[in-house]
Design a protein around this ligand. Sequence first.
Ligand code: GUN
Ligand code: ZN
Length: 419
Amino acid sequence: MIHAFHGEILTTPAPDTVAHYPDGLLVVEDGLVVALGHYADLAGRFGDIAVETLPGLIVPGFVDTHIHYPQTSRIAAHGEQLLSWLEQHIFPAEKAFADRAHADGVASFFLDELLRNGTTSALVFATVHEGSVDALFEAALSRNMRIISGKVLMDLGPEGLRDTPETARGESEALIARWRGRGRLGYAVTPRFALTSSDAQLAVAGDLLAAHGDVMMHTHMAENTGECAAVEAGYVAAHYIDAYVRFVLVGPRSLFAHCIHMSDAAMARMGEAGSAIAFCPTSNLFLGSGLFDLAHAARFGVKVGMGTDVGAGTSFSMLSTQGEAYKVGQMRGAVLDPFHALYLATAGGARALGLSDRIGGLQVGQEADFIVLDDKATPLLALRTRGAGLAERLFAMQVLGDDRCVARTYIAGILAHSR
Ligand code: GUN
Ligand code: ZN
């Protein structure tokens, strides 16, 4: 089945590539992009097909490279930095996911919230409970969303939220076997962070990653100075990254959230390994973790995507997240270009997840996940964008916009949300 969508289209498929079609056409067949370009160039090629005109700026669906679905209801928890925030606010909330019905309810709310915000793909933390992953995958399968997740490994976690190296292996293997090849889902081996897994469990994570060539590895690294000191105190080693390097967890299918407190050697190691970073500005500001150095990562060729990191992150909106990334840049004396921010939130995220061939750029052959942005969604946005050029309109939405700007969300060419 062929559908064609007509309107203004913008995509940033590579770091320095901006493709803008003021009067564009996006042609979709069976969920895949078959053509993208100027309407005048393409309309004749597709004969009699029905064309729908969309009211707004069509861009690829956002790719959130780091978010925690079980923390949805704990967003905006006051007063703490990372380690005490986890103890006081997060671990109690995650314990509730032992109950499958609770997990089902939160998973549905969470995925609908992603769609409302224009996020069509995400790498998602679940909890230590096997059923928390089943709940998320079932809900994602029914929405045909591209979701990557996995059971959290944390044998050194608090009472009631602890597994063992053996159950970590067995439950992860069972989930991989149960969900492999279904819909658009992917699996990530997910040790929470170095402080909550024993060496024996990190070795299990390394085994799982080596045994399954189609799974990712997803964890946190070098987010908070107290966390770094606690990890580095345990080793003679020079940097946090060694805790993961020792178990062969730093490789081309690995994504590390945050990476704020990085030495040159640690960043170089990431680049050589082909590992990726999730830059989570709202979270880093909210928890007082620090200011991520995008230029440092670029200097060592490290792949970077953007993440909301809800519940430490303060918004599900990848538009707001781009605006906060700009402010982090300003604090560092580096100006983030609005098109580069859009790249990080779309094709850059896809690259960080190893999905460049599938999503992120609306390129021919890719999956047709896209959104329609309304740059007049609020009176202030309408005022600010009146008569403005493309870069200014995009930047205004990044700074002033959020889910209110997402007029529609399409999953594989099919309408999944409309404001
Ligand atoms: N490090 C270990 N666990 C977490 C978490 O849940 N959120 C954040 N932001 N950092 C972590
Ligand atoms: Zn996180």
